[in-house]
Design a protein around this ligand. Structure first.
Ligand code: PGA
Length: 252
């Protein structure tokens, strides 16, 4: 059966000492806890190796927020999937809307990234989601379906099964405007149907689909109570151990 997951996405926040401190706080909070979900933090590349040293990976998964679309070579400033894996990280966020919007990531580049992540044994947390205009003009189902089809539906069922999906309506990210739990459920159930049509019901039922976008302790419980919402990808609220743990503990 699919897993419940709460994953933090720190984005471009915290210096290395601040990040190590935050990771230690989350790790300490988990030490005596038995959360009803897997807990992951995705952190800046510069922090990965140091944080890997200070956390108990049996309780707290570690991931990067991106990786390059090439394995190695003359790509100044890029960080490859094998480099990420060599730090001890086992997850990588791919296709976040900020990467698509500000760094021109397309389904074509994302296909490469997914392949390279798999090659290095990393589990992709693959993000999809519509912008406000698409929500308002009613094309959001088509947009999200195309994002999944174009970047992932060339995969075998075996490989697709390794992916964690994160539905993040762009209009809800960092805006304080959360999708309602019904809006999230409606889209998550649609996504599960799209997967079922391609890979069958079993694969669809086993895929974890996280919700992201202004998720916080106060709304997490209602969101996670929906049958097709399997957890959250958390930006702002993951930068404080207490609020992050408040979301983790929303699973009862
Ligand atoms: P937010 O970000 O929780 O700050 O809205 C979520 C995300 O972008 O992953």
């Amino acid at each position: 059966m699919r897993k419940n997951i709460v994953a933090g996405n720190w984005k471009m926040n915290t210096t290395l000492p601040e990040g190590v401190k935050l990771a230690k706080e989350v790790n300490a909070a988990l030490a005596n806890a038995t959360p009803k979900c897997d807990v992951i933090i995705a952190v800046p590349f510069t922090h990965l190796a140091s944080i890997n040293e200070v956390i108990d990976k049996s309780k707290l998964g570690l991931g990067a927020e991106n990786c390059a679309d090439h394995r190695s070579g003359a790509y100044t400033g890029e960080v490859s999937a094998p480099m990420v894996a060599s730090t001890g990280a086992t997850y990588v966020i791919l296709g976040h809307s900020e990467r698509r919007q500000y760094y021109g990531e397309t389904s074509e580049t994302l296909k490469e990234k997914v392949a390279l992540a798999f090659e290095s044994g990393l589990t992709p947390i693959f993000c999809i989601g519509e912008v406000l205009e698409e929500r308002e003009n009613g094309t959001y189902f088509d947009v999200v379906k195309a994002q999944i089809e174009d970047a992932l539906f060339h995969l075998s069922a075996e490989d697709f099964s390794k992916i964690i999906l994160a539905y993040e309506p762009v209009w809800a990210i960092g805006t304080g405007k959360t999708a309602t739990d019904d809006q999230a459920q409606e889209m998550h159930s649609f996504i599960r149907n799209v997967i079922a049509e391609k890979y069958g019901k079993e694969v669809a039922d086993n895929t974890s689909i996280l919700y992201g976008g202004s998720c916080k302790p106060s709304n997490a419980k209602a969101l996670f109570a929906k049958p097709d919402v399997d957890g959250g990808l958390i930006g702002g609220a993951s930068l404080d151990a207490e609020s992050f743990m408040g979301i983790v503990n929303a699973f009862e």
